[in-house]
Design a binder for this molecule. Structure first.
Ligand SMILES: O=P(O)(O)OC[C@H]1O[C@](O)(COP(=O)(O)O)[C@@H](O)[C@@H]1O
Ligand SMILES: [Mn+2]
Length: 638
């Protein structure tokens, strides 16, 4: 310990510097807690997500209203538009704007934005506000922030600076940078509660945006895990990723956005499969050229068949996964093309066994094996995908305890009596927090060993996608096979883990919080299951202990949910849940600003304003304060 204090002391060249730092940390601890923003189930819908981030789910508007309580709604709207989309709004300024009018527009907006920066920065230290400013302009902005506070006496001076900035053509960039500083100051931290990938067209842009975010963490979703698994060397997860992209007409994500060559697979699929209606890509209102639709259709079939074969191979080598009931290809009667399970016989439809060898139905043909090998190499060699997956690993985890709340995507597997449901593996038993910790260790191990394809850790990544005791899946089994090939809808049903009933119970939620070492006063924050608001379901459950924020960014789900997603905001005053209406373009969102965020529900209001000291970061700061206090008192002896 003494050694540690000696090392710590080395960061300070004199005793007074320790004192300065101590005072600085003490000051931070006593400031109001920053705003946390929670989003989940973004599913590739970059533009809606981007809009939610830019608006801080209504937090920006709130700040603007706080700054200008008497302004007309139209003025508030224009100001919000500018803060959300500064580049767009500036580009739309009339080209024949008379010079004086233009200058006035700049002067008045700049002054307004400075006021909002000042108000948004009030609860932070000067150093934190400085960090939020673009380095290029931080000196000028700080100067302006000080002088505009005292405008009567300095009006001429401030006007002169602004006119100079206009003359030097720097004003646009300055305004843009101020708008982004406001966005950053208003929302201090972002939590992404899983499912960035699949279904929607632009997961890569979401990842790019997250990578530039000032403060973010991610709780992995089942759809993120399969992409991670592909990079970690699972051929099965990789072909499933391809299948889902084909299913949603998104093969360009793989080919163009990630630069992964899938031509051999496309050629193979075109040669062996015919387009069938059940494999028609789900386009949710988008359109694709006819040839792309045909390719997506047949690629989905080819990929599905490879997936089912590889999955049965995995089930065979992992009896401890208890998935033998999912061995579909082995129990098909290939004479009659029918299948028998649960004491019933079903005839298969749309099932093309062209690559199946009846004596060994789960073996890949030489062509399939070659395609899989090549594809996996191409996936693992995509620099862009590697960067995104590295980021998911660095910022992500199976769950997170943060400021007294427990965040995870899917569920904590339970039995119907409320007991924690266990996974038995390699002679050991894991449940509750231990289970999620075990999964996380396996995910990290598999990711660090991308050259091993069939070891337990890599196979467990697949288990997380479909396994009965997976905390990310939360259902008995995934009925992809039945949904493609059996028309009887009752076989499509995926039975949910009892968790999804039990989580409505406050006592269960409290027990789970305690299981994760938290106080029962915290909240559980979940994504994963779309909240069917249309049918009267509420995202606020168990007396506010359980908050489910999957409202369906994914377009396909909006029909069932009736809304386009929830987000959660937690600031020093309490927790609010915001309901978002479907996003259909920036222009429309800006014209209907008030409707876009129609409902904001208060989940909890704190009796005493929360300060940094009460947060997770506050605990770390307190540790630093304790250590530095020791160094300060023993400075001479160390
Ligand atoms: O309709 P699709 O895209 O095939 O998805 C259905 C599958 O997605 C899942 O719901 C998992 O995805 P979510 O995590 O978005 O719920 C599976 O349980 C189900 O089999
Ligand atoms: Mn999910």
């Amino acid at each position: 310990m003494e050694k540690y204090y000696q090392l710590l002391k080395k960061n300070f060249n004199q005793k007074e510097s320790v004192l300065t730092e101590l005072i600085n940390l003490e000051a931070i601890s006593n400031l109001p807690k920053g705003t946390e923003h929670f989003v989940s189930d973004i599913h590739g819908e970059f533009h809606s997500f981007d809009h939610v981030l830019r608006t801080g789910s209504g937090s920006i508007r709130e700040k603007v209203l706080e700054a200008f309580p008497h302004a007309e709604t139209s003025e508030i709207n224009s100001l919000c538009e500018l803060i959300y989309y500064p580049e767009l709004i500036i580009s739309q300024l009339p080209s024949d704007f008379p010079l004086e009018k233009k200058n006035n527009w700049y002067i008045s907006n700049l002054l307004t934005l400075l006021t909002i920066v000042r108000i948004s920065g009030q609860k932070y230290t000067r150093s934190k506000v400085r960090k939020s400013l673009s380095p290029q302009f931080s000196y000028i902005i700080e100067e302006l922030l000080t002088e505009t506070n005292n405008l009567e006496q300095k009006q001429a001076y401030v006007d002169a600076i602004i006119l100079k900035l206009i003359e030097l053509e720097q004003i646009d960039d300055l305004i843009i940078s101020l708008c982004y500083s406001i966005q950053r100051l208003v929302v201090d931290h972002l939590h992404v509660v899983g499912d960035i990938y699949d279904r929607g067209p632009k997961p890569d842009e979401i990842m790019n945006k997250l990578m530039t975010h000032h403060s973010v963490d991610i709780q992995w979703g089942n759809h993120d895990i399969i992409w991670l698994a592909a990079m970690a060397g699972s051929p099965l997860a990789m072909i499933n990723v391809v299948r889902i992209c084909a299913r949603y007409g998104n093969l360009d994500i793989i080919e163009d956005r990630y630069g992964i060559n899938i031509r051999p697979l496309v050629d193979f699929a075109m040669a062996h499969y015919e387009p069938l209606p059940v494999f028609a890509p789900h386009l949710d209102g988008r359109d694709l050229p006819e040839i792309a639709k045909i390719q997506a259709n047949v690629v989905q079939q080819a990929a599905a068949m490879m997936q089912f074969k590889l999955e049965e191979q995995l089930i065979e080598r992992r009896p401890e996964f208890s998935m033998t009931h999912r061995k579909m290809l082995s129990i098909i009667d290939y004479q009659t093309l029918s299948i028998q399970f649960d004491n019933q016989c079903y005839s298969l439809e749309n099932f093309n066994p062209v690559t199946i060898q009846i004596t060994n139905p789960t073996e890949l043909t030489d062509d399939e094996q070659r395609i899989i090998n090549k594809l996996l190499t191409n996936f693992q060699q995509s620099d862009k995908l590697k960067k995104h997956m590295d980021f998911l690993m660095a910022k992500g985890s199976m769950y997170l305890c943060y400021n007294g709340n427990l965040l995870f995507h899917g569920c904590i597997p339970l039995h119907s009596n409320g007991d924690l449901k266990a996974l038995h593996i390699e002679g050991l038993t894991y449940f509750g927090k231990d289970l999620l910790d075990y999964y996380e260790r396996q995910v990290r191990y598999a990711y660090q060993h991308p050259d091993v394809n069939t070891d337990l850790a890599t196979d467990l990544l697949w288990y997380l996608w479909v396994g009965e005791t997976s905390s990310l899946f939360g259902k008995m089994s995934m009925t992809t096979f039945e949904r493609y090939f059996i028309s009887d809808k009752k076989t499509h049903n995926e039975i949910k883990n009892p968790y999804y009933e039990l989580r409505n119970d406050e006592t269960i939620c409290e027990r789970l919080l305690v299981e994760f070492g938290l106080s029962p006063n915290g909240h559980i924050i979940n994504g994963h299951t779309p909240v069917k608001e249309k049918k009267g379901e509420s995202p606020i459950k168990a007396g506010g202990k359980m908050l489910v924020i999957d409202g369906g960014y994914a377009k396909g789900y909006q029909k069932t949910t009736g809304v386009a997603g929830y987000t959660l905001l937690s600031n020093s005053y309490g927790i609010q849940i915001a309901t978002h209406m479907p996003f259909s373009g920036i222009e429309q969102a800006l014209t209907n600003q008030e409707q876009q965020l129609s409902i904001r529900r208060l989940v909890e209001k704190v009796s005493e304003r929360k300060i940094v000291k009460h947060t997770t970061i506050g605990q770390k700061i307190q540790q630093e304060i304790d250590d530095l206090t020791y160094v300060y008192h023993h400075y001479e002896q160390l």
